[in-house]
Design a binder for this molecule. Structure first.
Ligand SMILES: [Zn+2]
Length: 254
């Protein structure tokens, strides 16, 4: 199994990161993808990867909630990291208008520039989209004809939203703990997405699945998401594991 989205490098794991990593490996997680958040987090990503180089790959990007008036300079500085290290994706990038719409236009411009990195460097994107689907699809729409491949991480939407996204591109959908929540629309959306466009993820330390809901999430719990997915799609856990792993490989996250 592959956890395609974890913040295991964050301070929430400073006390027990090796144990968390071992539990993930014991649960069958072979690989974890770490998305970047801001300038300061870059070194944490690199330090974490250097401890488990076989199991961890890194994405470079500016999280939409970190976009401020100085986003251009921040992206200039992040861009220097391309020559220093290897990155498998651009992320996490996107638009988040849930708490605050102040930087909506800056978020859209920062997303556009970072999607340009995907095109120039032939890397997939990891998109964070909250209360901003129209805006994200607007920006992606500007790349018609040279559309990068990528994943809508922490997808929690409806079958209709899957269709809207597909009108722009044939993207992947990152599915995590929300699938296991009672009021989730994902059990209806998954058959529309189909298994060949699904990636497993935790978004740890957030979004812990049932039966860990409300606790700190960790990569080992991706197995709970996979079990729930097998039930919803009426297939075996083995098949969920095999196809989602192949999907992450197809997207070259691993
Ligand atoms: Zn994230």
């Amino acid at each position: 199994m592959i956890d395609t989205h974890s913040h295991i490098y964050s301070a929430e794991f400073d006390d027990d990161r090796p144990q968390v990593m071992q539990r993930a490996i014991d649960a069958g997680v072979t690989h974890i993808v770490l998305p970047n958040e801001n300038l300061e987090s870059v070194q944490r990503l690199l330090d974490t990867q250097s401890q488990w180089p076989e199991n961890i790959s890194l994405a470079l990007g500016l999280h939409p909630e970190e976009v401020r008036d100085d986003w251009r300079e921040t992206l200039d500085q992040l861009e220097q990291q391309f020559v220093r290290h290897q990155w498998v994706a651009i992320g996490e990038v996107g638009i988040d208008l849930y708490w605050d719409k102040t930087y909506k236009h800056q978020q859209m411009q920062a997303l556009e520039r970072q999607l340009g990195w995907c095109v120039d460097r032939h890397l997939p994107f990891i998109i964070h989209c909250r209360e901003a689907l129209d805006e994200v699809l607007d920006v992606l729409g500007q790349f018609r004809g040279q559309m990068p491949q990528g994943v809508f991480h922490c997808f929690t939407g409806t079958p209709q939203e899957v269709d809207c996204i597909r009108q722009v591109g044939d993207f992947y959908f990152g599915i995590g703990g929300v699938l296991t929540f009672k009021k989730s629309t994902l059990p209806e959306a998954l058959p529309v997405i189909t298994l060949d466009r699904i990636l497993l993820e935790t978004d740890s330390p957030y979004m812990a699945p049932v039966p860990h809901r409300g606790q700190r999430n960790e990569s080992a719990f991706v197995a709970d998401v996979a079990r729930c997915m097998a039930q919803v799609l009426d297939i075996t856990l083995d098949e969920v594991d095999r196809v989602t792993t192949a999907n992450a490989q197809a997207l070259r996250l691993v």
